[in-house]
Design a protein around this ligand. Structure first.
Ligand code: KG4
Ligand code: ZN
Length: 349
């Protein structure tokens, strides 16, 4: 009987050392070591600290993943690794580890794009990807709308943020409200007790004039400034800042514009499937709003469970497994880490 190949995926583009193991579309292990606590007091990820933490965590995380999956390294059929985009030093650690494994085990290596991996991960939960689909990737570093024809070949960018990423906006506003880093999950939690229409914060790039040039682009820096001004005015007036209302109203502004533009992208392309990925896809309001509005348009929404939305190794393994399944040529062993890898480049040559 032919069994599907086992792929080990390594993710180190930011502050999570992720090692995932899959067999085809079946997730066998998803081991993560995070250095997030080491960055918290700086209010953002410090690249040097992240690289060092990856170095220390790599071997134990690989061992943990193999233990959980109940396999030995020699059972692995292929190695996949995020080779960009991300923090240069952090990526280097993952790429070097992947090369060492590929060389030592005599197995092929697939250098893959972090963003395409955020799309591919959904097949571990919901089965084969609907292709073509519209993917909205919203994370700490990116906010993009993509048309995905074949996730192993390429994706077409339709729009992106012109300033802050959605997750970055969550993190900055959380900081303003005195919530810990990373702020997204805290805003999500605090907003549950708040009123989302308490403050009417601006929706970026939504005026008729903006839509002519930036129909599928996002902007969150004006929103962030609007929140800062509102909080300052409140403090000046001597009134306490209603953190839960600010969080809920801010979250509503972000989710409203994300969902509006994603559904517009799907409708304009005549595509009935919308996939949402990246750390911000873990947001409960975003998931709810997307489902609610998509249903009325006959559009299906797929969002992986929160643990698969944030950075992890399983997503890299999932994309690697798809590369193997679709017979893509592996990368060469001199594949570079590329911090500014464009989204259109899915597999390293
Ligand atoms: O995809 P990810 O883990 O890393 C990047 O590639 O950036 O995304 C991390 C981002 C952070 O900005 C974090 O605040 C945000 O995702 N995030 C959330 C939630 N969980 C994580 N934002 C809003 N609501 C959440 N529940
Ligand atoms: Zn990510």
């Amino acid at each position: 009987m032919r069994t599907e190949p086992i792929v080990l995926g390594i993710e180190t583009s930011c502050d999570e050392t992720g090692v995932g193991i899959v067999r085809g579309h079946t997730l066998l292990a998803d081991a993560i070591a995070s250095s997030v606590d080491e960055h918290a007091r700086f209010g953002g990820v410090v690249p040097e600290v992240a690289s060092r933490a990856h170095l220390e965590a790599m071997v134990p995380t690989i061992e943990r993943a193999c233990d959980t999956a109940g396999i030995a390294l020699r059972d692995v059929d292929a190695i996949a690794v995020t080779h960009g985009p991300g923090l240069a030093g952090a990526l280097l650690v993952g790429v070097a580890a992947a090369k060492a494994l590929a060389l030592g085990l005599g197995k092929p290596i697939y250098g893959v794009n972090h963003l395409a991996a955020h799309v591919a991960v959904d097949q571990l939960e919901h089965g084969p990807l609907p292709e073509p689909c519209i993917a909205m990737l919203v994370s700490g570093g990116h906010s993009s709308l993509l048309r995905v024809e074949d996730v192993t070949v390429g994706v077409d960018p339709m729009g992106a943020t012109i300033d802050d990423a959605a997750g970055e906006a969550f993190d900055k506003v959380a900081r303003l409200l005195g919530l810990p880093f990373p702020g997204g999950p805290h805003i999500d939690r605090v907003a549950r007790d708040g009123d989302s229409v308490h403050i009417d914060f601006p929706r970026g790039l939504s005026s008729r004039r903006d839509l002519e040039r930036h129909r599928f682009d996002f902007s969150f820096s004006g929103l962030k400034t609007a929140v800062a001004h509102w909080v300052e005015a409140q403090e000046r007036s001597g009134e306490p800042v209603p953190v839960h209302h600010v969080a809920a109203s801010f979250q509503e502004a972000v989710c409203d514009i994300l969902v509006r533009k994603a559904l517009d992208a799907a409708s304009s392309e005549g595509i009935d499937d919308l996939l949402i990925g990246g750390g911000v896809a873990a947001n409960s309001r975003l998931r709810h709003l997307a489902e609610e509005r998509a249903t009325t348009l006959g559009i299906r929404v797929r969002v992986p469970r929160p643990g698969l939305c944030t950075d992890n190794g399983a997503m890299v393994a999932a994309l690697g497994a798809e590369m193997v399944a679709r017979g893509r040529t592996p990368s060469s062993l001199d594949l570079p880490a590329d911090s500014s890898l464009p989204i259109t480049s899915v597999l390293a040559g």
